[in-house]
Design a protein around this ligand. Structure first.
Ligand SMILES: [Zn+2]
Length: 420
């Protein structure tokens, strides 16, 4: 007896960017992929569980590189800013778990949480131990300054229960990184410019001096943690690149010189187009203040130009939605369509941005993101051809199965119900 699952007669998109291969077979043994080859070259064994996948495409489990799990998961939308303030840590944890499960059922087997702390680490560990179902979580600890982008999500008058205690000056920054290392966070997130959704600050505000960012990156790298930097402005991007961050989030004001530096340093760009679209299309009805809508509109066009320049120049793009209290969990595949429609990536390139490129940027390049022997069995079975039409990834009923670490999940939630 074996516990092999044989997925046969499928069109395979392997995540490397290679052209789809028809009539392929993938064998799953335990948590891993054990064999990949043309159907007919792989022999069956007694006890194999065989799925005939004619008409379907098999691809790696997708990765959303930018989410905020600590967000309202209920069907009824909640206030974008107040939800975290008025709900207990226990409630937020339960919603975070539900959001991770929604991501998994919509085909995203791994997510990177970009503003985590103890809560996200607990969610990650419960899912990792298979206590509860959900996308695998890679959790960043947020190090942010007083009046920084993260800090400005909390009203200024609220002294207690701020979501993240600010760290100011090189000594506090270094200490905060060490605290996150002690907590077992997977990477460090910083902001080097203001944001759009935070209230009261301006996008062009400097977040951290170069000395502080240098210290954070130095300490994080010394402790084996990568650093992701939220940066909209040219100055913010420059600071982040000078300090040597590993991924750039948003990157709304790139120019040729900055793109050149990203190429030299191998910095990946996570443009988060979904959140820009959301804020422009739905921000008003979701109660965003006029100042935030103005910031969002101004930023959207600049960001598209900036990301197009990065793409044309060969910067590695990775897919991230910024799913949170704004963009609902479950609509992650929309980012791939936006990368295709707005930036010009081919569907295959957009799929790579959510598979092998994403896995490498998260330090999981040897584990997931590619369908190959020895990798985790993170796989999707989709009816139809996402290389011809990325829309099938978001269509209700198209997702036939999701495998994560060899375990099969039939998507219980129709994807349409959880799109915004
Ligand atoms: Zn974010």
């Amino acid at each position: 007896m074996t516990d092999r699952v044989v997925l046969t007669h499928a069109t395979l998109v392997d995540g490397t960017g290679a052209e789809p291969r028809p009539d392929m077979t993938v064998v799953v043994e335990g948590e891993y992929i054990s064999e990949v080859g043309p159907s007919g070259t792989i022999s069956g064994a007694p006890g194999d569980l065989v799925h005939d996948l004619r008409g379907a495409t098999l691809l790696p489990g997708l990765i959303d590189c930018h989410v905020h799990l600590r967000a309202n998961a209920a069907a009824r939308p909640a206030d974008v800013h107040l939800w975290n303030m008025v709900n207990s840590a226990e409630t937020q944890t339960l919603h975070a778990l539900a959001n991770a499960r929604t991501a998994l059922y919509s085909g995203f087997t791994t997510v990177r949480d970009m503003a985590g702390s103890r809560l996200e680490a607990a969610v990650r560990d419960a899912i990792g131990a298979r206590v509860l179902d959900g996308a695998r979580v890679v959790a960043a600890g947020l190090v942010g300054m007083t009046a920084g982008h993260g800090d400005m999500f909390c009203p200024a008058t609220m002294d207690e229960r701020r979501m993240w205690a600010p760290a100011d000056g090189v000594d506090e920054c270094r200490k905060r990184v060490r605290e996150y290392a002690r907590l077992g966070m997977d990477l460090i997130k910083i902001c080097t410019s203001g944001g759009t959704l935070s209230a009261g600050d301006r996008t062009e505000w400097r977040n951290y001096t170069l000395a502080e960012v240098d210290t954070i990156v130095d300490e994080a790298h010394a402790l084996g943690l990568r650093v992701a930097a939220h940066a909209h402005t040219r100055a913010g991007i420059e600071t982040a690149l000078t300090a040597g961050v590993d991924t750039l989030e948003h990157g709304s004001e790139l120019d040729e010189r900055l793109v050149e530096r990203m190429l030299e340093q191998g910095t990946a760009l996570c443009p988060t187009l979904s959140i820009s679209e959301f804020m422009v299309e739905r921000g008003r009805e979701r109660g965003l203040a006029p100042e935030q809508l103005d910031k969002a509109r101004a930023l959207r066009e600049r960001r598209l130009e900036s990301v197009r320049l990065a793409y044309r120049s060969g910067v590695r793009l990775i897919a991230g939605t910024d799913s949170s209290n704004t963009v609902r969990f479950g609509a992650h595949a929309r980012e791939l369509q936006l990368l295709h429609q707005e930036i010009g990536l081919s569907p295959l390139e957009a799929l790579t941005a959510a598979t092998s490129a994403a896995a490498e940027a998260l330090g999981l390049g040897e584990r997931t993101g590619v369908v190959a022997p020895g990798r985790w069995a993170d796989l999707l079975v989709v009816d139809g051809d996402p290389v011809r039409d990325l829309g099938v990834l978001s269509e209700p009923g198209r997702l036939r199965a999701v495998f994560q670490g060899g375990r099969e999940y039939a998507p219980a939630v129709p994807v349409a119900l959880v799109t915004p």
